[in-house]
Design a protein around this ligand. Structure first.
Ligand SMILES: Cc1cc2nc3c(=O)[nH]c(=O)nc-3n(C[C@H](O)[C@H](O)[C@H](O)COP(=O)(O)O)c2cc1C
Length: 205
């Protein structure tokens, strides 16, 4: 038996909870920005993905109008910082609804470091950062999708093996439903099958 849900007949928050509980696990963009008066801002966004490879463009959605979105609209720049397990509570601290003008870097005691190509700072303890210039925004309902062209990437050598980021060293956090967060506890390897090597459906092999 399957249970049907009609979003048109459900309170907004109930369908939101269904969506976020089932579109899982979601990677988290820890987005740093600066306001036009120079206050640095930092907030996690799990509605996050890659939009394009050439040019390299990442995307995240702001649900509602938040400081992150306002700063990006004002300055045209942001940084996506990677969220490793060891920064779990710091990341959550930066999701607190501090009043406008309060820097999450200061309030949550997160060390910043200068970026190379953009004005918003990077999170010093995060092993990966994508420095982005605003490509475009797209308003959909109560959300705004922000597309950022990656103009520079930096990766700590601690997480590189033979020059490539290694999942067991990155230890990414993800967002699940409710207040749940995920960690990577198992990694399986399976190569894609070329048509010339196809030997029938998995269930029959
Ligand atoms: C793990 C996590 C993921 C989140 N993902 C999103 C998201 O994708 N979009 C969004 O608008 N808010 C998201 N939030 C909530 C924002 O981080 C929160 O509203 C924050 O205060 C916004 O900060 P700002 O006003 O400084 O931009 C998330 C919060 C957490 C803890």
């Amino acid at each position: 038996m399957r249970v049907d849900f009609n979003p048109a007949e459900m309170p907004r928050n109930d369908f939101y909870k269904l969506l976020t509980a089932t579109v899982v696990p979601r990677p988290i963009a820890w987005v740093s920005t600066i306001s036009h008066d120079g206050t640095a801002n930092l907030a996690p966004h799990s509605f996050f993905s890659i939009a394009s490879v050439t040019p390299p463009v990442v995307q995240f959605s702001s649900v509602g109008r938040k400081d992150t979105l306002r700063n990006i609209e004002a300055t045209g720049e942001f940084v996506v910082n990677f969220t490793p397990e060891e920064l779990f509570e710091q990341i959550n601290d930066t999701a607190t609804d501090f009043p406008h003008g309060v820097s999450e870097f200061e309030a949550a005691a997160i060390e910043a470091e200068p970026s190379l190509r953009v004005k918003p700072p990077r999170v010093a303890a995060s092993p990966v950062a994508f420095e982005c210039e605003l490509h475009s925004t797209l308003r959909i309902g109560d959300g705004t999708v922000v597309f950022g062209r990656v103009v520079h990437a930096v990766v700590s050598d601690d997480v590189l093996v033979d020059g490539h980021p290694e999942i067991s060293k990155l230890r990414p956090l993800s967002r699940l439903g409710k207040n749940e967060w995920g960690t990577v506890s198992g990694v399986r390897d399976l190569a894609r099958i070329r048509h010339e090597d196809w030997q029938g459906p998995a269930a029959d092999r």
